[in-house]
Design a protein around this ligand. Structure first.
Ligand SMILES: Cc1cc2nc3c(=O)[nH]c(=O)nc-3n(C[C@H](O)[C@H](O)[C@H](O)COP(=O)(O)OP(=O)(O)OC[C@H]3O[C@@H](n4cnc5c(N)ncnc54)[C@H](O)[C@@H]3O)c2cc1C
Length: 423
């Protein structure tokens, strides 16, 4: 019998979950993570943003047998609550009664997954270990300790790269012949902000909604937390008019929020401090192929297919990678050569259609649709389907948009109609 041992590089959301799946199959699992142990130090990822978890995400969580651990951290969001500049509210349900997507804190979720993985006697978690190289000829990983600089070489029969959008594992695979790769930054970046809980831990906004303040070329969103607070994200162009580049001083930030988000600003006592101290995050899409190397190295999650957040699909797709891989492991009797081959051939084609949805279209929907346009056409109602769920648009395999703009971004009246079919 072949050695039942797997190495996972990256203990983020996908790596921690995949460690649980492998451990449940009786594998000896070693997980190497460049950050410190968040079970002791708390979450320090710089991106503690809340995530919207949909059906695809829950399916993986249920299959891993950890739904009870995650559920207390998840708040159902039954629809979007749209906030106009004047403070008017419009609720748009995501689906039928009982359907919702769920707000989960990235840090809280990562911590629970890590704890659950670490509870298996056959899982060893190694922190402060930065993957510097992967020698593909021998399947040898080179790690450097973040504090001491000490180098360690680890050889592994089965290796999973779950080290995110800037994956070091993928970096080595990119040097091999016929490896396709593209990386595309969005012109918009993001910043995390906070609306704290009200008196007695109350919610200052509707609890069971994803709040959106759409403002044409930019927007603010807020997702609820179990403690009554909301984690907000400002999506704004990196440079140009109305951009992060323009918001240099406290006065700039105050004037900007006063003009575009006055109701939200009134609930953000730490706005200026948050704006100054929280990093401005970049948004990018990564496409690559193949996702495996000689049936012994496999990329999962953002390492294989990072995607901009407007689709609400990155983590959900990464979790679905784990579901599919585990299903294949059952079906193919843990023959990893066959599993890697099938996963690579089928998942690239079917798993990430949303990566090919034109970003501009969905961004447009997010910022235009609720306030300035009427939308009609097949399946134009925002719904939450069985298999997926996104922040802003119905996630379906094909989708027809017809948007009649009654007002242009500059405020002029227009009757321009845009139509798209997206597969
Ligand atoms: C603003 C924003 C909002 C989002 N909202 C949603 C949403 O609503 N729904 C959704 O499904 N997705 C969302 N996403 C996407 C989601 O965050 C990612 O798809 C998800 O985090 C991918 O998980 P991962 O484990 O593949 O990568 P990551 O979460 O990035 O984890 C990678 C891990 O690898 C470690 N690592 C990196 N390099 C090395 C190295 N060299 N050596 C060792 N370890 C390393 C990192 O420290 C990290 O722990 C959002 C993303 C952003 C930026």
């Amino acid at each position: 019998m072949k050695e039942k041992r797997g190495i996972i590089v990256g203990a983020g959301l996908v790596g921690s979950l995949w460690a649980i799946f492998l451990a449940k199959r009786g594998y000896e699992v070693d997980v190497f993570e460049r950050r410190g142990d968040m079970r002791q130090k708390g979450y320090s990822g710089g991106r503690s943003i809340n995530l919207a978890m949909s059906r695809r995400g829950w399916k993986a969580i249920e299959r891993a047998g950890i739904k009870d651990l995650i559920e207390p951290h998840a708040i159902p969001m039954k629809g979007r609550m749209i906030h106009s500049v004047e403070g008017e509210l419009a609720f748009q349900p995501y689906g039928k009664e009982g359907q919702a997507i769920y707000s989960v804190s990235r840090g809280g979720l990562n911590l629970e997954l890590l704890k659950a993985a670490g509870d298996f006697p056959n899982v060893r978690l190694h922190f402060d270990q930065i993957c510097r190289d992967l020698e593909l000829d021998t399947n040898t990983l080179v790690f450097e300790h973040a504090q001491t600089g000490e180098q360690t070489n680890i050889k592994a029969p089965l290796l999973f790269g779950t080290d995110g959008a800037f994956s070091a594992v993928r970096g080595s695979m990119m040097k091999t012949p016929r490896f396709d790769y593209s990386q595309e930054y969005l012109s918009h970046s993001y910043k995390e902000l906070t609306i704290p809980a009200g008196p007695g831990g109350s919610f200052l906004l509707e609890k069971n909604a994803l709040h959106i303040w759409p403002r044409h070329q930019f927007m603010l969103i807020a997702l609820p937390n179990a403690d009554g607070s909301f984690t907000c994200t400002l999506f704004l162009a990196h440079e140009g008019p109305s951009s992060f580049e323009q918001l240099k001083t406290d006065a700039d930030v105050e004037a900007f929020f006063q003009r575009y988000f006055p109701d939200a600003m009134a609930m953000m006592p730490t706005l200026l401090e948050d704006f100054r101290t929280n990093p401005t995050g970049m948004l990018l899409t990564v496409r690559c192929s193949p996702w495996e190397y000689e049936r012994r190295v496999l990329l999962l999650g953002d390492a294989a297919h990072a995607i901009v957040p407007f689709y609400g699909q990155g983590m959900n797709a990464g979790f679905e990678d784990c579901t599919i891989l585990d299903e294949l492991a059952g079906e193919l009797n843990e023959d990893w050569e066959k599993i890697f081959d099938r996963f690579n051939r089928e998942r690239i084609k079917t798993g990430m259609p949303s990566q090919n949805w034109p970003c501009a279209i969905l961004s447009k929907c997010a910022t235009w649709w609720p306030t300035r346009s009427s939308c009609s056409g097949k399946r134009s109602q925002p719904i939450c389907t069985e298999n997926t769920g996104t922040l802003f648009c119905p996630p379906i395999r094909w989708y027809r948009f017809r948007i009649l703009h009654t007002t242009s971004p500059s405020g002029l009246r227009t009757n321009r109609t845009d139509c798209w079919t997206v597969y």
